[in-house]
Structures are given as C-alpha cells and as structure tokens.
Write a protein that binds this ligand. Structure first.
Ligand code: GRF
Length: 219
C-alpha cells in the first residue's frame, strides 16, 4: 500500500507510521510527505527517512482553490493508494475531498462526534468529560465529520491540564493509526457512500483500540 501523508507540524504520527514500516508491523510504504509549512518537522522526518518531502506554500497562491489544486497535484503525482492526514491543519478543498473519497483518512484528537475543530483537549476539560480520546475517520466535506472508523479512549484524571491530557491521547493516537492502517493493508476497510465497510459489511460502531488491537464493539 502506497501512503501519502499530509502534515503541518511535528509529525509524530508520521514517525509512528515510518517506525511501524521499519519494524515490519505495517506492509506499506510512505511515498511522499506533503506540508503547507516549509519548516514542519514532519518534512525533516521524511527527508531523514529518504522519502520525498514537499512543501507547498499557501501564500504563493491567490486563492485557496489554487493552493489545494497545486498541493493535490503533487500528492497525485506519487500515486498513493491512501492519503493520511496526520496533523494537517488546513481545511481541505471540496474538489479534492470528492476526488479522494474513500481513500483519505484523518486522525483527530477527540472522541468524534464530540469536540471537533481545534483545542480539543481544552474543549474536553471544559465539558467535564471523564473519558476522552482520539478517532480515525474518512475525510468528507464536513470538517471532522466523516464516518468514524476507529477510536481509542483515555481517562480524564483529576488535575489534568491541556498538556497532560494531550500527551495521554497522543500516546494512543500512534497505535490507533497503525492498527487502522493494518486493516487497510489487509483490505478489510472501505467506504460505501457514508458507510464504513468492515470485512464487507457496514460497521455499526467505531472499532475500539484494546491494547494494540482493534475490536468490534457490541451494539
Ligand atoms: C495530533 O494530535 C493529531 O491528532 C492532530 O494533530 C496532532 C498532530 O500531531 N490532528 P503530530 O504532528 O502527528 O505529532
């Protein structure tokens, strides 16, 4: 499976993918890393791994549509089977989302549909939830609103601040992303319209990470 990664910053999720491939845990290759920020650490991680690293600067384009088209032309050129948005902090264009329907996923640091958008850990603390976590979902036109494939939960502990909670969630993001990608490599996941298909039938509830493995939830 050829994976293209979109990232705006640190790239720890990208690194988790690269490490899983190196360790033989994921039968895939990262064929390109793409960013809207020239200085993204994710690009450096790609270069260090000998992977094409491409920055496309939004300020070089007059419109968002032109930027999106240029970025996705670069992505298409590496012929990915799957695009993984891993900390890509920009809205995606409708044309690109449509063109890659069912072939683009995102990792989001909350238990969707709760806490969409930015500062999800602060949102969770403000809501007083006792459980928080992360989700991997197919990308659709609605921001953080596409069909959810899999989730991992963490407890919210007394005394948590945003950073402590973010660190606990990030620790689960990496195995969640890898376990989800393993299902893609074994062709067990697809998207039919708005319905996630798992082993050829509709998934009724997001898969749940238990340890390092994804399980179906009883519904
Ligand atoms: C992660 O929390 C991811 O869920 C969110 O942005 C963060 C990116 O982290 N979308 P990294 O760049 O992968 O380290």
């Amino acid at each position: 499976m050829r994976i293209a990664v979109l990232a705006s910053g640190r790239g720890s999720n990208l690194q988790a993918i690269l490490d899983a491939i190196r360790d033989g845990a994921l039968d895939a290759s990262v064929v390109g890393v793409f960013s809207d920020r020239r200085k993204a650490l994710a690009l450096q991680r790609a270069r260090d791994a000998g992977i094409p690293a491409v920055a496309v600067s939004p300020s070089s384009f007059e419109t968002r549509e032109a930027f999106d088209a240029a970025l996705f032309a670069e992505v298409a050129a590496v012929q990915p089977d799957l695009i993984v948005c891993a900390g890509y902090m920009r809205l995606l264009g409708a044309a690109e989302v449509e063109a890659w329907h069912g072939r683009m996923i995102n990792i989001h640091p909350s238990l969707l549909p709760l806490h969409k958008g930015l500062r999800t850990h602060a949102q969770a603390l403000a809501d007083g939830v006792t459980e928080h976590g992360c989700s991997v979902h197919f990308v659709t036109a609605e921001l953080d609103g596409g069909p959810v494939i899999a989730q991992a939960t963490v407890p919210v502990l007394a005394g948590d601040d945003e950073d402590a909670l973010a660190a606990r969630v990030l620790d689960r993001e990496h195995p969640l992303l890898i376990a989800t990608l393993q299902l893609f490599t074994s062709r067990r996941l697809s998207l039919d319209g708005a319905s996630v298909q798992f082993d050829g039938r509709p998934l009724r509830a997001p898969l749940r990470l238990a340890g390092m493995d994804l399980r179906e939830m009883d519904t």
